[in-house]
Structures are given as C-alpha cells and as structure tokens.
Design a protein. Structure first.
Length: 258
C-alpha cells in the first residue's frame, strides 16, 4: 500500500511544488513507484513535470467531481514518476464541492483506487486552507510542512498545525506530521540560521528534518525548463536535501511496515 504524503503550507512560495516534484523524482531514482497529484489550480506541478496545463482536457477535476477513474487520466513523465494533473478548472471545484456529500473525502476516494499500485503518492496542495487542502489532509497519512527560512514565513506554521490537529480529530485519525522541511536556506545569513533555532525551540514536538534545501536560482531555472533539479549541469547543494529526504521516506516506510 502506498504511503500518501502531502506538502502543505498555506503560504505561497515556500517550496511545496518544487519539493513535491523533486522529492518524487528522487524517490523514482531509488526504484520507488511514485504518483504525484497536483491539487493546486495554478498547476505548477503539472508544468514542472512536463505538461502544458491549459492544453489538458482531462484533469483531476474530473476525478473529484465527475467520478472518472484516475486510471483514465494518469500521465507518465520523462522522470520516472506518474502524474495526476491539474489546470485552472480546479478553481471552480472549490465552489462546486460545497454541494457534494462527503466533500472532504473526494480525494480519498480517488486515491483509494490507485493506492496499491504505488509505493508513494505525493500531493502538492494549494496555498490556502480551503476545501482542496482539507481533501489532501483527509487523504494523506503524512504531512511535510516546507518552511521558508524567513521570519515572516514561519509565522503561519502554528495555524497550520492547529488545522492538522483538528483534521486528525474529525476526519483522519491516521494523519501524522512527518516533519518540517527548511527551504530557501541561505547558509551565509545569520537570519536563516536563527530561523532553524526558532523552529527547534518553538516546535519541540515536531520532527525537524536535519538537512535544509539551500536557496538557489537553479530551482527557478530548472522549473522553467520543466526539469528536476538533478538534471541541471552543476550539482546544486539544495538538491542533496531532496535525495536525503527520499532515503528517509523509504526508511520510515520500511519501519512502519515491519
Ligand atoms: N530552494 C530554493 N531556492 C530558490 N528558489 C526556490 C527554491 N525552491 C523553490 N524555489 C522557487 O521559488 C518559487 C516558489 O516555489 P514553489 O515550489 O512554487 O512554492 P509553493 O508551491 O509553496 O508556492 C518558484 O519560483 C521556485 O522555482
Ligand atoms: Mg505550489
């Protein structure tokens, strides 16, 4: 049975999409069967994985609201991961879902149809705590919270953790916070190092991954070229964190299943 992870943070620009894509590719490199799910109408993940969202007719919207089988629209990619794509159609799903019974569990129904065919399913969520993100948290068993190493960026983390606790109580008792992943880390600044300290003290009960994703312009460049960070010419220090994270996820899956 596949482990279902979601990258969640209601702040935009903290690295959810970048992390989903590059972690997925890093997992595929170590022979894991991976499905990435784009649950953001902005469809950055779909683009990164090599597709033009606006040219797609069939997207996850149809699975969520029209009961189309995900197998009818899962796409393969050049990078060894499969993709359940999104486009702007998903923006209306938010409103339409309001009238659907069990609206928080639509994504869970979709994932249940494919879960035994993958080792890891990773969901990229949108930067808000609306019904789509709640669907993602209801469907996942683990959340990774990417936190950009800037003070203003960590301020909303407490609110997210409260929402996660609420979802655990009401919708998904299996949901765990796997950890906080520091992103956009600039080792040259005192500020970034202070943020790591603050994360350690303020969120004592939550695992803080012991590696950081370094800030590097190569991430934006590789996204623009629709390539994973591992495919850019020079080795980027930030890329290592995603490979380490991939190894950690595999280890933790083995531990959980033994
Ligand atoms: N480690 C990093 N260093 C520098 N830029 C990054 C890094 N990770 C992501 N980016 C860039 O920052 C922007 C926001 O990242 P993204 O993954 O889209 O965040 P989110 O999905 O949380 O909104 C994108 O342009 C992306 O290419
Ligand atoms: Mg995003």
């Amino acid at each position: 049975m596949g482990e279902v992870y979601v990258f969640a943070n209601q702040k935009g620009g903290v690295g959810k999409t970048t992390s989903t894509f590059n972690l997925g590719v890093a997992l595929a490199e170590i022979d894991q069967r991976v499905l990435l799910i784009d649950l953001d109408p902005q469809a950055g993940l779909t683009y990164c994985a090599g597709y033009e969202p606006d040219e797609l007719e069939e997207t996850i919207y149809r699975c969520l609201l029209r009961d189309i089988s995900p197998w009818d629209l899962i796409l393969t990619t050049k990078y060894g991961v499969d993709l359940l794509p999104a486009n702007i159609d998903l923006a209306v799903a938010e409103m339409q879902l309001l009238n659907v019974p069990a609206r928080e569990r639509r994504l869970t129904r979709v994932i249940n149809q494919v879960r035994d065919q993958y080792d890891f399913i990773i969901i990229d969520s949108q930067p808000s705590l609306g019904v789509l993100t709640i669907n993602a948290l209801a469907a996942a068993n683990k959340v990774i919270v990417p936190v950009s190493c800037e003070f203003l960026s960590i301020r909303g983390t407490q609110a997210l953790l409260k929402l996660i606790a609420k979802i655990r109580g009401q919708l998904n008792s299996a949901l765990q916070v796997a950890g906080l992943l520091p992103t956009m880390f600039d080792a040259r600044t005192i500020h970034a190092r202070q943020i790591i300290k603050i994360l350690k003290t303020e969120f004592k009960d939550i695992h803080l991954y012991p590696y950081q994703v370094n800030r590097s312009i190569r991430f934006s460049e590789s996204a623009a070229e629709q390539k994973p960070i591992f495919d850019v010419k020079l080795q980027v220090p930030g890329a290592l964190a995603y490979r380490e994270l991939a190894r950690d996820l595999v280890k933790s899956k083995r531990r959980d299943s033994s």
